[in-house]
Design a protein around this ligand. Structure first.
Ligand SMILES: [Zn+2]
Length: 178
């Protein structure tokens, strides 16, 4: 590999420190990931940034130096050029469903439904749901606080009106006495 530290840093940052195929982050993996050539060097790929991907060791291991050489050979998804949503649909159970032939091939080749990845996606979904619920909870607390303030203002107003009512009644009764 002739990838220097500077290029490596650029590839890592560009990928937000996560595998561009499966989404696992350095934090999740507990270590830095690998820099992979989308088109393998052995198959004519170069070291340009355009051809480099940040990739977890497992995806890298399954990908190996795959590159289509025959017209009928399937293409592997290029996460730098196309978004995941173009090729995969994430189901509620955390598995990916292919939407294209590229998606189907990549899913199979990189084993993107391997059990730890499915568990990982489920955990991400749960975290997103927890954040959604917490945000809603905070909104409701703020709303209740606002309603309480309005309620105490109204009670104060009611108290004043009752006082005024009592005063008017007292004056009316005094008039009647004359
Ligand atoms: Zn990966």
């Amino acid at each position: 590999m002739t990838i220097n530290d500077d290029i490596r840093k650029q590839v890592r940052q560009r990928a937000n420190f996560a595998c561009e195929f499966c989404g696992v982050t350095e934090t999740d993996a507990g270590s830095e990931l690998t820099v992979d050539h989308y088109q393998p060097r052995a198959k004519g790929g170069d070291d340009s940034l355009e051809n480099l991907l940040y990739c977890c060791p497992r995806c890298n291991q399954y990908k190996l130096d795959y590159w289509p050489t025959q017209p009928d050979d399937p293409l592997l998804w290029n996460p730098r050029r196309e978004s995941a949503s173009q090729h995969f649909l994430e189901l509620d159970d955390g598995t990916l469903h292919p939407l294209t032939t590229v998606g189907a091939f990549t899913l199979k080749r990189l084993r993107l439904n391997r059990p730890p990845l499915v568990a990982y996606r489920l955990r991400k979904r749960q975290q997103a749901e927890e954040i959604r619920l917490l945000t809603r909870y905070r909104e409701i607390v703020l709303l209740l606080e606002r309603l309480n303030t309005q309620l105490s203002d109204l009670m104060e107003e009611q108290h004043q009106l009752l006082g005024e009512e009592w005063e008017l009644l007292r004056l009316l009764l005094r008039h009647k006495e004359y």
